[in-house]
Write a protein that binds this ligand. Sequence first.
Ligand SMILES: Nc1ncnc2c1ncn2[C@@H]1O[C@H](COP(=O)(O)OP(=O)(O)OP(=O)(O)O)[C@@H](O)[C@H]1O
Ligand SMILES: [Mg+2]
Length: 296
Amino acid sequence: MSSLIEMNDVWYQYNPDSPLAYWALMGVNLRIERGEFISIIGPTGSGKSTLIQHFNGLLKPAKGEVIVDGVDISRTSDLKSIRKKVGMVFQYPETQIFSETIYDELAFGLRNYGYSEDEIEERIESVTKKLGIDYLPLDKSPFLLSGGEMRRIAIASILAMEPEVFVLDEPLANLDPQGRRELLREIDSLNKKESLTVIIVSHDLSEVSRYANRIIVLSEGKIIMDGPPKEIFKDVEKLIDISLGVPQLVELLYNLYKRGADIPYNILDMEEAAKVIVKWRKSLGNRDKLRTIPTA
Ligand SMILES: Nc1ncnc2c1ncn2[C@@H]1O[C@H](COP(=O)(O)OP(=O)(O)OP(=O)(O)O)[C@@H](O)[C@H]1O
Ligand SMILES: [Mg+2]
């Protein structure tokens, strides 16, 4: 079977043939397989949003090709079926809510695709459960909800389309720490339990990297790293170079390493990190080198 998404030498230019012409993507190659949980990371302006908008044909490459589930987005006349396959949640999706009731908001996309009211009701019931918002009164206005709830409604309305791949642009922005954790856990469970392919854009490595099986790092329109989190964190310096925050744990271990501790630092799990540190301290034996342990 072919990859779910395939990008071959993709170039994208904003404002072509004008003084404002700007190459936002330069020679991007990518294969995304079914069931993956990918995090796309990169500093502001690195091309993350530009990249993901190619996944559903919202943007088309100036050069190169984008193949979604076997279909070339530049050649197909049926973008509607691609948009159904690739559920896209933009940054601050709650600002795009407009329906009078929560139910209508959740039903909007489904009605557009001609689903029956029975089917719509069923899907809304299921999706609100999955996102932990089944307690909300569906006949009430979405504008009475909290920011976090509105974000979930917006996310649920895309999820209700039952996409094969779920792409979220900075879904955690402006949520409080607990809201971020909860939303991430729910998205993770959609990936694990429902085998939904998940792609999350973020400019921060700390939270998403604990769930993603793969991290793609963008810088100035190019992919500069692509691999499992453990591989990515081996190259902490490179991440710091392009001003990306690294998880605190990695930073702590890396500081120990830099001061001479013979330990790996590409560790994301607290218990594993504790074991590594204990082992290292023991290996120092009776040489009383403990004084050299930094307090970073
Ligand atoms: N509509 C546009 N017209 C012209 N240039 C644009 C447009 N949208 C984006 N760009 C430029 O293309 C580059 C990549 O933008 P993009 O929005 O993809 O970056 P990003 O990684 O998503 O950034 P952020 O983290 O700020 O969301 C930036 O330099 C941006 O200024
Ligand atoms: Mg963006």
